[in-house]
Design a binder for this molecule. Structure first.
Ligand code: NAD
Length: 248
């Protein structure tokens, strides 16, 4: 008996990294997984032989695409909002309006679109679990040169608590996950594009007192717990998973 047997999970950013690891973990535990990504060819390649996963094109910043996809689903038990972009190396002074708008649209407004589309189904069912991907770099920790990203992820934590408070009596839970550095293709690309990748990688690893970055599968394990009924008493929380970054 899988931990998610009989549940339908809608997931974003499933083509790689944390999103892919989580879609695979959900399917392994018996969920029907509607996996989505803006990069549909990569997603299809990754999940083509995995039972229980359907690949769908979805740009989370496009309201019409969000509505059309959610309308196709009879029910949604789990919503995993994973999509996010990381504008690299900017303070408020280097962050132009286009970067601000794009970051807020992909990282935060997308969750407004997806939650607004999905919550009525969850309320009608009398149950549902929403899991929003935030970050330690948010209202939790200030990190240099991550201006727009920090603001967007703090917004994700606020959106999470507001939804949790408004729908707690309707059977809908809403939590966020706040990781420190996780070794994913996106993070590798950003490190490799830096002028001194060896130093940047060492600096990022050194932040976590456990002495390494997290693995996508470790974040997926927390998402799986939040998706399952095992976490039925948990809502409105920012779950920090940071390799001890926050320790003194
Ligand atoms: P990743 O780049 O490895 O994967 C991101 C996926 O998102 C890609 O498949 C990409 O195609 C997709 N995507 C990008 N824009 C999209 C859009 N508009 N619509 C739909 N899909 C889109 O990323 P990751 O490192 O696994 O990060 C996933 C999430 O975890 C992000 O929200 C990120 O902010 C968060 N996070 C990551 C880390 C980390 O260190 N990797 C730490 C904390 C939080």
């Amino acid at each position: 008996m899988g931990r998610l047997n009989g549940k339908v999970a809608l997931c974003t950013a499933s083509a790689q990294g944390i999103g892919l690891a989580t879609a695979l973990a959900f399917a392994k535990e018996g969920a029907r997984v509607i996996a989505s990504d803006i990069n549909i060819s990569k997603l299809e390649q990754e999940v083509k032989d995995v039972p229980g996963i359907e690949a769908k094109l979805l740009n989370v910043a496009d309201k019409d695409q969000v509505t059309a996809l959610v309308d196709q689903l009879d029910r949604v038990d789990i919503l995993f909002n994973c999509a996010g972009i990381v504008p690299w190396n900017s303070t408020i002074l280097d962050c132009d309006e286009a970067t601000w708008d794009q970051t807020m649209n992909v990282n935060l407004k997308s969750m407004y679109f997806l939650c607004r589309a999905v919550i009525p189904k969850m309320v009608a069912q009398g149950s549902g679990s929403i899991i929003n991907m935030s970050s330690s770099i948010s209202n939790i920790k200030g990190a240099p040169m991550r201006f727009a990203y920090s603001v967007s992820k703090a917004g994700v934590n606020g959106l999470t608590k507001a939804i949790a408070a408004d729908f707690i009596t309707k059977g809908v839970r809403c939590n966020s996950i706040c990781p420190a550095a996780v070794d994913t293709p996106a993070l590798q690309e950003r490190i490799n594009a830096a002028p001194d990748p060896v130093k940047v990688r060492a600096d990022i690893v050194a932040r976590q007192k456990i002495g390494r970055m997290g693995k996508p599968e470790e974040i997926a394990a927390l998402a799986l717990y939040l998706a399952s009924d095992e976490s039925g008493y948990t809502t409105g929380q920012e779950l920090v998973i940071d390799g001890g970054w926050d320790l003194a």
